[in-house]
Design a protein around this ligand. Structure first.
Ligand code: SF4
Length: 279
């Protein structure tokens, strides 16, 4: 068994919350630059220039990229030869969020669903666990903004709707979302499993770096086709028109019940903030 101290995890989580909210990933910046090179709409080009400039200011002045610093979402891969020394893993993650959002002056966005009373420290974090073989602990973090999250949908299509039905659902979802998820967006698509598994897959797909296509040739083709269809909608940067509505489409698929065809769409905004901890 390999033992990882509670304090190490807490410190790493604190750091990833702050750094991810201040520094936009290289993959996102490069894709914004690519979109700028291809954008024909003058207004669209201006918005893309502003987003790139915004990322530069946030990085250099160490301030959040966006006022919405998101709910703290984690995907944890815990090796079966790892033990946590000095406390529980969930507590280490939540404590790291508490300190990161406090120390980094990040907006706390977690609240009671009805009273809307803020929990005050951006906890509880949303934590998805997966047990894997080995002695490593991998934690992927995503600061998930409310505007893009609100545009997510899950549906249970009929098996006969097939591939065409899935693609129509995804493209219609983006069309209905219009400017709300802060385009240019990254569109996460989860297909198969059960209702909640499809939603999980859609969100997890957003962790993939922009520019990395699916390992599955059929899904890689689907991603390209969907990206083309979405960028032909004309929604554009900030919804003000143009061809850069999405920077990428990520599709993940698993087997499903013979009577079902679950599909989920989870959208990430241009402030696509994700970071990784490997211990
Ligand atoms: S959806 Fe993203 S870019 Fe828009 S306000 Fe929320 S975090 Fe910011």
């Amino acid at each position: 068994m390999r033992s990882i101290p509670f304090a190490t995890i807490k410190e790493k989580v604190k750091e990833v919350c702050i750094e991810t909210n201040y520094i936009l990933g290289e993959d996102v910046i490069k894709s914004l630059q690519r979109a700028l090179d291809q954008e024909e709409s003058p207004l669209g080009r201006e918005i893309l220039n502003q987003l790139i400039e915004n990322a530069r200011i946030a990085r250099e002045e160490r301030i959040p990229l966006c006022q919405d610093t998101g709910l703290a979402v984690f995907f944890v891969e815990l090796g079966d030869e790892v033990s946590i020394e000095g406390g529980r893993l969930s507590e280490a993650i939540n404590e790291g969020v508490r300190e990161g959002y406090g120390g980094g002056f990040l907006r706390k966005s977690a609240c009671h669903p009805f009273s809307r009373k803020n929990t005050g420290d951006n906890t509880p974090a949303i934590i998805h666990y997966e047990l894997v073989a080995g002695d490593r602990l991998k934690i992927n973090f995503c600061a998930k903004g409310g505007g893009s999250e609100n545009m997510s949908r899950v549906t249970m299509l009929k098996p006969s709707d097939g591939l065409a039905g899935v693609e129509d659902f995804v493209v219609n979802r983006v069309w209905e979302a219009q400017a709300n998820p802060c385009p240019p967006i990254i569109v996460g698509v989860g297909i198969g499993g059960t209702m909640e598994r499809a939603a999980f897959l859609a969100k997890k797909s957003l962790l993939r770096k922009i520019g990395e296509e699916s390992n599955d040739g059929e899904l890689a083709e689907m991603e390209k086709r969907l990206l083309k269809k979405i960028n032909e909608l004309g929604i554009g940067p900030a919804g003000l028109g143009g061809r850069s509505t999405a920077l990428a489409v990520h599709v993940v698929m698993e087997p499903c019940h013979i009577a079902s065809l679950p599909v989920a769409v989870n959208i990430n905004c241009h402030s696509s903030r994700h970071g990784e901890i490997l211990l």
